[in-house]
Design a protein around this ligand. Sequence first.
Ligand code: SF4
Length: 256
Amino acid sequence: MLFEKIVFGPIKSRRLGTSLGVNLLPKGNKICTFNCIYCECGFNSINIKEAKYPTVEEVKFALESRLNEMQQNNEGLDTITFAGDGEPTMNPFFLEIIEETIRLRDFYFPLAKISVLSNATMLNNERVFEALKMVDNNILKLDSVNEETVKIINQPTNPNFSIEKTIDTLSKFNGKLTIQTLFFSGVFNGKHFDNTTEDEVSAWLSVLKRICPKSVQIYSLDRKTPAEGLQKASKEKLQEIGERVRTLGFETIVVE
Ligand code: SF4
């Protein structure tokens, strides 16, 4: 499923309420610094170097038109959410777009939140880090803290990607972030993985203590995946992990 427009929705989200989506990726293509084997947008479709991203003006025009229309129609809005067909922080104008979005939100829907769903691979870019500090819901992916597991399930496109360095940077948000983790198991390219094992979960919990997020979101597979034969984590397993996170004192949402 790929988005044809920069602004889409609003849709009802269980986690975010009434959410107006913004897609900052090149139209009709999925592009990401990860290539997750469960990605509902499919595998990456174009070379990162060939990508042409929407500009600040294009995003501003599309977003303002929709917000204006929603305000005229007395529609409710809980959040403006940057998600879409890949990694939103790859857009080179991400910081300026967030600044513009804050201005538009303050004018049209001052009570709405701004949310970003990111895979946290661009945090070493200072402009991206600054932009994420400015949003209300900075939701960052951490599916595993094991380098080998990350390589199998998230398939970083940068061969030098390091989950350990990413975790260090996540700690620098001083708790102003939400960690999002998808639990599942399977075999991909002949390699077995399972991020619900005791080793995986206990290492992940230790890292949560280092990062101290304001909340944690846990979920499993929900839609068709590009890789075959992946196994959902059971509801019981998700609840059990959620309970362990709550015991550490973090607000936890388990999406079954
Ligand atoms: S990080 Fe998100 S958009 Fe990128 S491949 Fe993974 S699931 Fe898809």
